[in-house]
Write a protein that binds this ligand. Structure first.
Ligand code: 5RP
Length: 297
């Protein structure tokens, strides 16, 4: 209890100043959520730019050891200063991420398939909400196969996660999955992202596609875009620039960062686009300068 000796009299009531906390919340679709949800969303989406750079390293959950992710314990501390959110499995987080690295966490909570299978669309919820709370996760990521053989079970996984998330104010990231033979058209992503959002999740991860602005416009919560397969650095930066320009609130990039020969510089360059309004050409120039400086050091 505070010491009661010498207590100052409260007098700074600023009676002529209206209550300051009266603005709408800056994250799309989140106005009606409670304080805890908004706090987690603020950990993910920068209050300054409104955007996020997520680093996806959850590939091991169905691919096992993946090129570029062999030593998470070495890679993650190097990247941490340049990204906003670690997106990974609880195994990788607990085993490889020192807890003193203060970083937002998107926790992969579904699993059940492996790259040895043809059909990846059958998953289960593999992580309890209690464990998401123990890990201080800012959101739970659920793979959702709209149009896939496992659609019903993945919508069940998504719904149960969202329900649990509402009980404890932890947002859900619906990940729009594309199976091996599933279409990647604007028509498909408009359908899938909207279905996922209407289930009640607080953000959706999807892919770039034609009519991407319309996908964004029709989705009532923020969209973050997956990087997808490894591209030349210049093309990956163009992808980031193009989707941000078209309304995405961030990227959730994996291979285009960790399979680059310059993962740290690449993460920084992506951040310049996402948070600082750099064009892809400016970010590429930044990347080249940073790589050249690093080689001289
Ligand atoms: C799979 C995922 C992965 O995290 C994500 O796709 C990996 O990132 P990238 O495609 O950029 O390597 O959510 O659905």
């Amino acid at each position: 209890m505070a010491d009661l000796d010498g207590v100052k009299v409260a007098k700074d009531y600023h009676v002529d100043i209206p209550f300051a906390n009266d603005r709408g919340f800056y994250v799309k679709g989140a106005n009606s959520l409670d304080w805890g949800m908004k706090k987690h969303l603020s950990n993910i989406f920068s209050p300054k730019s409104g955007n996020t750079v997520m680093f996806a390293f959850d590939h091991g959950y169905f691919m096992g050891s993946t090129a570029g992710l062999e030593r998470l314990d070495l890679l993650l501390p190097r990247l941490a200063p340049y990204i906003d959110v670690f997106m990974g499995t609880r195994g990788a987080l607990r085993d490889c991420v020192p807890p003193e690295i203060v970083k937002s966490v998107a926790l992969r909570t579904t699993s059940g398939s492996s790259m040895l299978q043809e059909d990846l669309s059958h998953e289960v919820v593999a992580v309890d909400i209690e464990d998401a709370i123990r890990l201080n996760a800012d959101c739970m990521a659920v793979q959702t196969f709209i149009g896939g053989d496992g659609q019903l079970s993945s919508i069940d996984n998504l719904s149960r996660t969202i329900n649990a998330g509402f009980r404890y104010s932890i947002p859900t990231l619906g990940v729009c999955a594309v199976g091996k033979d599933m279409e990647r058209t604007g028509r498909f992503f408009k359908l899938a992202t909207r279905i996922i959002a209407e289930m009640g999740c607080q953000m959706v991860k999807t892919y770039d596609c034609e009519d991407f602005e319309e996908v964004v416009a029709a989705c009532p919560v923020p969209i973050v875009v997956a990087g997808g397969k490894k591209l030349p650095e210049k093309d990956a930066l163009h992808l980031a620039f193009d989707v941000i320009r078209k309304g995405a609130r961030g990227v959730d990039m994996g291979r285009n960062i960790f399979q680059s020969p310059y993962p740290v510089q690449m993460a920084q360059a992506v951040g310049k686009i996402v948070h600082e309004g750099y064009t892809d050409a400016e970010a590429y120039e930044f990347l080249q300068d940073s790589v050249s400086d690093a080689s001289k050091a």
